[in-house]
Design a protein around this ligand. Structure first.
Ligand code: B12
Ligand code: SF4
Length: 433
């Protein structure tokens, strides 16, 4: 079959956020899996290409694919709906499929609102391959394809049982970075993204990534990670690699093996990753530095133990403070991610947290995040009982850190915005560390 995979435009432009530009890897991974099954594919990345929906309409008209697949994070959902509407208009008989976090957790609502025929929930590779085989065989019913929600007849929405996650990620083909129409743009930026594992076993109440991947952690082997890293460094000239895993250091042994493999390659690149504080050890940090790691992003969230407990972070304040100190000793920079606007927080609690960052944690950089409940997270599912209310419903505006999209029973959105500004102004203090 002829399949076009599309990443809708971001709600901001390349010029607005040059640091936030990474290729839509979902397209590269899905494209590789379905090409391996003999399908003809084309990847259209609208995120940084400046392409408009009108441009896409022309391309689709020219290409006449049998299937259009659209990837969608929450913030890109309104643009995803526009892409689906354009595809439906140009290709009335094509199958329009959507996948990614937002449609997975809002499958029925998405089918009701949007001219999409099928939602692929959670991990996409196997489901999409099986779905294409069923469509190609002209199956009158899709009931045997696990992991999809679809329109069946007039107005009837069927949700098939979920699919088991892929047990061996190494069995998947290498992602098709080179097939992205936008690769020349990412090459100019020199910073490339590699995702080496999927999921995380923790249950943080604000997180939608862990439930998306079934609260499990699966990873590529170090050898396979190197196969992918070879592509971005060797073929596309990356001078910095960002390992975008949710929980990069979950397996300490794998980190040591990876560090050894990266050192052996002697690429001369620097790399960064996102970690939990409690997964770090001093020997691990020394090995990471030796292998070229220049910075880590740590999800600290709070300096108040009872708040950490209530958000189910399953982490201690001491572990975060220790991790930042160890990173500094090892010569690795730290960016700590902090959360504010939790249902139980008062203005004083938030100011205490800001003081904690400035006087005790003292990372090189801090990112203050206002809570925005994402579909799929425990907090989203319990907003009412937690006393949370959206003041900005439109998911397209749930981007960046401010303004607050919610108000809590203790703090209004304006107060939260004010506290966020205060925190950002105080953030410079940590840079002296
Ligand atoms: C790179 C990245 C970005 C890049 C986006 C790059 C891009 N062009 O897409 C940038 C920096 C711009 C970004 C921004 C944001 N991000 Co971000 N990002 C990531 C990150 C680190 C990697 C994504 C990735 O490539 N994963 C690997 C691919 C293979 O996985 P995948 O995309 O999920 O695709 C699989 C399935 O979802 C499915 N699938 C996906 N699409 C489709 C389509 C079809 C047709 C099918 C069949 C299947 C399918 O199949 C794929 C293969 O199994 C993830 C964390 C992570 N580890 O995933 C966070 C993450 C996705 N981001 C997140 C957030 C919160 C944001 C922001 C809102 C941050 C902010 N506050 O501004 C913005 C919103 C952006 C937007 N427009 O929606 C959250 C997700 C929240 C949500 N529910 O949407 C995550 C999970 C981080 C986290 N742990 O909280 N992000
Ligand atoms: S540790 Fe990170 S990825 Fe894991 S559940 Fe918590 S926020 Fe999500």
């Amino acid at each position: 079959m002829k399949v076009v995979l599309v990443a809708p435009p971001m709600p901001y432009s390349l010029a607005d956020a040059p640091d936030l530009q990474f290729p839509p890897l979902a397209l590269c991974h899905l494209g590789a899996a379905i090409r391996q099954r003999g399908h003809e594919i084309m990847l259209i990345d609208m995120t940084v290409s400046g392409m408009t929906v009108d441009d896409l309409r022309k391309d689709l008209d020219l290409l006449q694919p049998d299937v259009v697949g659209i990837t969608c994070l929450s913030a890109a959902f309104p643009n995803g709906m526009n892409v689906a509407a354009a595809a439906r208009q140009v290709l009335p008989n094509a199958h329009i499929v959507m996948g990614g976090m937002h449609p997975t957790f809002t499958d029925r609502a998405t089918l009701e609102r949007c001219p999409v025929d099928i939602i692929v929930r959670n991990e996409g590779e196997e489901t999409l391959c099986e779905l294409l085989a069923a469509l190609e065989a002209g199956a009158d019913s899709l009931e045997k394809v696990a992991g999809i929600t679809y329109r069946h007849g007039r107005g009837v929405i069927c949700r098939n049982p979920s699919r088991a996650f892929i047990s061996d990620l190494d069995s998947l083909p290498l992602p098709l970075y080179g097939d992205l129409n936008t690769m020349p743009i990412y090459c100019r930026l020199k910073v490339h993204l590699v995702v080496t594992s999927r999921g995380c076993p923790h249950h943080c109440a604000f997180c939608s990534a862990s439930p998306f991947w079934g609260h499990r952690w699966r990873a590529l082997s170090p050898a396979r990670v190197m196969d992918v890293t070879d592509i971005v460094v060797g073929e596309f000239g990356a001078t910095q690699v960002v390992f975008g895993d949710d929980n990069f250091a979950f397996s300490r042994k794998r980190v040591f093996d990876l560090c050894q493999a990266i050192s052996e390659r002697a690429y001369g690149i620097d790399w960064r990753c996102s970690v939990r504080a409690d997964s770090l050890t001093q020997p691990m940090l020394a090995a990471m530095r030796e292998a070229g790691c220049s910075a880590v992003f740590i999800g600290v969230e709070s300096g108040c133990q009872s708040s950490l407990n209530r958000m189910k972070k399953n982490a201690s304040v001491e572990a975060s403070v220790r991790a930042v100190q160890w990173c500094q000793t090892a010569g690795i920079e730290t960016t700590c991610s902090m959360l504010m606007g939790l249902p139980w927080e008062t203005a004083d609690d938030i100011r205490d947290n800001v003081r904690f960052v400035a006087t005790i944690l003292k990372p090189n950089e801090v990112v203050w995040n206002l809570l925005h409940p994402d579909p799929g997270s425990e907090i989203y599912d319990n907003m009412q009982s937690l006393g949370l209310r959206f003041v900005i419903e439109d998911p397209e505006r749930h981007i960046g850190n401010a303004p607050s999209v919610i108000e809590t029973s203790r703090l209004g959105s304006e107060e939260l915005n004010q506290l966020w500004m205060e925190a950002c102004l105080a953030a410079g203090v940590g840079e002296e560390a």
